[in-house]
Design a protein around this ligand. Structure first.
Ligand SMILES: Cc1cc2nc3c(=O)[nH]c(=O)nc-3n(C[C@H](O)[C@H](O)[C@H](O)COP(=O)(O)O)c2cc1C
Ligand code: SF4
Ligand code: SF4
Length: 278
């Protein structure tokens, strides 16, 4: 059988899920690609994906889960047995149950999950001072994502019909190796940090002296938590701490000084590998 249409769906405040999703679609090389960027709003209109289309879903991991706002934005994404590739992007710490969650979600929405991937993206909290998987996905990650797309195309072509295109068990994906001592050090430091009562910032801070009111952060924010003209403040109830505003401010006028950043930078230096299953 042949499927020559791809629908690329992503929620990607800092663009790593987007880059990997695009590379997978490139590797699959369909005749037609429809892009559904859910970063700034939900899907419109809410129609069921047809069986002649392969959906690629790429979303970030927040706290070991699929980003809750991504799930909200995808709630109207439906299918009636159409195939899908699901991918989670995580910042080199761990993705825990996120891939399984995305699998359960996509299956519930009516997709047939035929392939899955866990890819590393620069951590949202990464900065020059405290880098965490800085620059990822890099050229090698994107090459691997393209190869993944190619492999899925081969799998689809080899199936006689949609019924014969088998579902993948994403729980069997190989977990990236994690050296014990850095993880232990991280957990010990987190416990110490929590016990110390160190205040945890809930929102980024704005620097009025640096801000030129260019409005880039307002556009970048997926949660409408920044108001035009008042860019140094943040609506705390809306902010999801994605750091899109921090990374996209050309003046360095927004910062998110979480005490987790030095811990992540120190304990997750060793770069994890992307994994796929199909
Ligand atoms: C609130 C929050 C929680 C996060 N939790 C995790 C996590 O549990 N494990 C991890 O490895 N990375 C975590 N990250 C990092 C993101 O998963 C990673 O940077 C991802 O590539 C961001 O995707 P995007 O560029 O598509 O927005 C977290 C980021 C944020 C903002
Ligand atoms: S992106 Fe930076 S400089 Fe531009 S309005 Fe926002 S905080 Fe100000
Ligand atoms: S204000 Fe909050 S939600 Fe909006 S871009 Fe910044 S960190 Fe993300």
């Amino acid at each position: 059988m042949d499927i020559d249409k791809v629908r690329l769906v992503f929620f990607s405040p800092t663009h790593t899920s987007r880059k990997v999703g695009e590379a997978i679609a490139r590797g699959y090389a369909p005749k037609e690609t429809e892009v559904c960027d859910l970063t700034h709003g939900a899907l419109q209109p809410a129609e069921s994906v047809k069986e002649d289309t392969l959906t690629v879903i790429a979303v970030p991991v927040y706290g070991g889960h699929v980003s809750p706002l991504a799930l909200v934005r995808m709630k109207d994404l439906h299918a009636d047995g159409a195939p899908a590739i699901i991918v989670v992007l995580y910042g080199n710490r761990a993705y825990e149950k996120a891939l399984e969650e995305l699998d359960a979600f996509a299956t519930h929405q009516g997709f047939k999950v035929i392939a899955g991937g866990t890819f590393v993206g620069e951590h949202s909290y990464s900065s020059e001072r405290y880098p965490v998987a800085a620059g990822r996905p890099d050229a090698a990650d994107l090459e691997y994502a393209e190869l993944f797309g190619k492999k899925v195309r081969t799998k689809v072509s080899a199936a006689e019909s949609l019924e014969k295109l088998y579902v993948v068990d994403v729980r069997r994906i190989q977990r990236p190796s994690q050296p014990f001592f850095p993880l232990f050090r991280f957990l010990r430091k987190v416990v110490k940090l929590r016990k110390s009562g160190t205040p945890m910032p809930r929102i980024p801070r704005g620097n009025a002296e640096r801000c030129t009111h260019c409005g880039r952060c307002v556009e970048a924010c997926p949660a409408q938590a920044i108001v035009k003209g008042d860019e140094c403040n943040t609506i705390a109830e809306r902010c999801i701490k994605c750091c899109a505003c921090v990374k996209q401010c050309p003046q360095g006028a927004r910062t998110f000084d979480t005490p987790f950043a030095p811990l992540l930078s120190d304990c997750f230096k060793r770069q994890k590998q992307d994994r796929i299953i199909l």
